[in-house]
Design a protein around this ligand. Sequence first.
Ligand code: PLP
Length: 398
Amino acid sequence: MALSLFTKTKKAIIERAQDDYATKMRLKYKPYYHAMEAQAGTHIRLQGRDMIMLSSNDYLGLSFHPKVIEACGLGPKQWGTSTTGARISNGSRAYHVELEEKLAAFLGREACHISVAGYISCCSAVASFAQKGDLILADKNIHSCLWDGIRLSMATVERFSHNNPEDLRQVLKGVSHTQPKMLVMEGVYSMEGHICRLPELATIGEEAGCFTVVDDAHGFGILGRQGRGTVDHFKLNDKVDLLCGSMSKSLASTGGFVAGSRELIEYLRTSSKQTIFSAAISPSMASAASASLDLMQSEPQHLERLWRNTRRYREMLKGLGLDTWGSETPAVPIVLGSKELVYRFWQALLDKGVFTVMSIAPAVPPGKDLIRTAVSALHSDADLEKIAAAMAYAVKQM
Ligand SMILES: Cc1ncc(COP(=O)(O)O)c(C=O)c1O
């Protein structure tokens, strides 16, 4: 018995995980995975201290809306807590179809397919349609779920400079006309807060025969009529083939969606490995998203308040001379340029009772290390004043 102790073969993968530098740093400095002890709207309790949440994606603040909370509780009373199965087999329910039809109608599309996560929906919007031999043109700064979709598709990928139509044009030069092509972009870039230059990019894509996919996880709820998103904001529904996004932001739930023509969505239902082999969204999450979607249309005050807060917050940061990377939306980065500065700034905000999130390279381009902040319709004037004081303090600590 004792001998086997000495002859035990080392497992290289376990050793690699044990030696991982990023994990060691995370455990040493504890910058992530903060488990909040309580939350009420934009107020959280962390390590016994009350703080303001300044980096949630609850843009419209609906996650504490009484109607959303009520709807969330009603779903399981009718359907149980879980579907325990995939849509294609035993997991389809009438509430899925209702939410899909409601979302499709709202987005001005024929059909929609929902899943348990925005990550899965957006990944499948790419992976199910592109294949080996195709060419994917991708904005350099797209979200990880889209890169995963690209990898899974086995298509060739060419990146173009972030939000840069001229570069897309350059990249397309010399590309075969007959090769099937896909153009992949975000409606609102989650880290940068930039709005996609969709009119130019989609037109170039169309001229080159690209199938166009837009992930509007951060544009849905904030741009366009009643929050229909970036494509609606530019009135370009006819230039975008597939619109995908998340229900975990403005819709105050979890889950994702892909919307498009009936033909494309039916194809997706047959082809998306990510949803064919994964359980369907639970009743409570679908009910919450559905109630939020109703509120987006019946209570415009949340969207108005969100933009009022966003303008005020951006002015405040500008007044302090902070670099917000030209953000045009409620997702507002504070670019500091090195992980040391980011850590100090983040800690100073935390000391003053404001919770934010650090984003450092490689999650952002080198030199763009930043604090990710996001405004919510739920931030009160008093919250914004406290945030302003904390920001001024953090600037002084630099
Ligand atoms: C652009 C973008 N797409 C997709 C997702 C994934 O959404 P979810 O959190 O619902 O999985 C996110 C979330 O961070 C995102 O920012």
